[in-house]
Design a protein. Sequence first.
Length: 486
Amino acid sequence: MSVDTSVAVGAMNLRGPVLAASGTFGYGTEVPLLERRALGAIVSKGIFLRPREGTPPPRIAETPSGMLNAIGLQGPGADGLVRDYAPLWAEWDFPVLVNINGESASEYGELTARLDGVPGIAGFEINISCPNVEQGGMFFGNDPRAAAAVTEAVRKRTKLPVWVKLTPMVSDIGVIARAVESAGADALCAINTFVGMSIDLNAYRPRLSFRTGGLSGPAIRPLAVHLAHQAARAVHIPVIGIGGIARVEDALEFLVAGCSAVQVGNAASKAATSLRKQLLQRAGEVLEADAADLLIEDGIITVRGTPGKRLPATDVVPEEGLEVLEKFDPKRGAAYSSGCHAAVVAVDPDTGQVEVLRYVIAHDTGKAINELIVEGQMHGGYAHGLGYALYEAATYDPDGTYRTASFLDYTIVSTGEVVTEPLLVHIETPTDANPEGFKGAGESGTIPAPAAISNAVEDALRKRKPDAVVDRLPITSDRIVEILGQ
């Protein structure tokens, strides 16, 4: 019995929910050994109106659970795509969407007009993670008005499906999602890569020539699922999930989060590495050379230092083809961070004012991807915890009416209250739940703070009143005076 896996993304019907993400399969012709029948569609590598060389190498750097890339959107331009690739796509039995880019809204529109109606092009995916040159270089995807303007410019030039690929580098992805929906987008793709950097400690410089690059892979998947879920909740059009999908369960997370389909890239990259290894091993037997001495370039396998010994890669592929399966199967399903907080406070018995004299956070998040981010999370967590302990309270009238519905009534901490900088003690005990040893930071900077501060306050109050008990939060000045007066 065959299972119907077809899905509809807006007006576009796909035979399956798995698509090839932009950039990961080139223009579809670079992977002749790919079993294309398993795909619902391919999104092509991104192009601009005119040819683009991209950034100089090195362009790719492997990172724990992912990779950084800074290709620079190298491409043939609209004319080259129409000439070299679109005729091939027209013969395929599934749709190919073109990922389009521009430096202004008008350029996006001009590129769309050039490609609209070309046989083989089934739709457009707008990459709004491009700088708006006319507006000082701010990325289109960071501003709802700019994102909507680009979407509208494309929508006016075509009746084909228009998908918008959202950037994760925003404070509220729902705002951007609604803006492009109102401008005519048929679907959203969430999300594009995160910006990251990796340093070569031997060379004392970034591993990428462009310094920063787009981070993709399993490391970003929980973030991607969260942002895709937020986008799906904000709009009424379909959302296609992207980010770190390496196995079936990963794809299902996006579908359960509200996505209609998914795009994959790093899983294919991992499988391609295994496939390359198989090809070189088989070619080594034919060429009588060690696989480590073989090179693959433009579909031709050669022996390093002996260019005369060569053969097409297709010659070592058996009739039944080659198949690889890659997945990440952790020993344990989750890892947990740990920490210990300690506070020293001074309490004025007359006014009830509390002053935090010293605060120490010892935390173990396993191997940190970025220590500065973890440090910022701990500082922010302490500030939140201080607010919960001493200031913030949700109050209600006897009839259930919420009394603290605005910041006029709900007190939150500011820099004036967070006067003591916590001392951080970093402990790194890698977990065996994943190969990289990550545990995550989560709420470990926030949860212990109210308990540590309230215990310190109670200890201080017992110097004056031995049976003093702090039994609820926040510990306001009035509450302290009340405890001491009982």
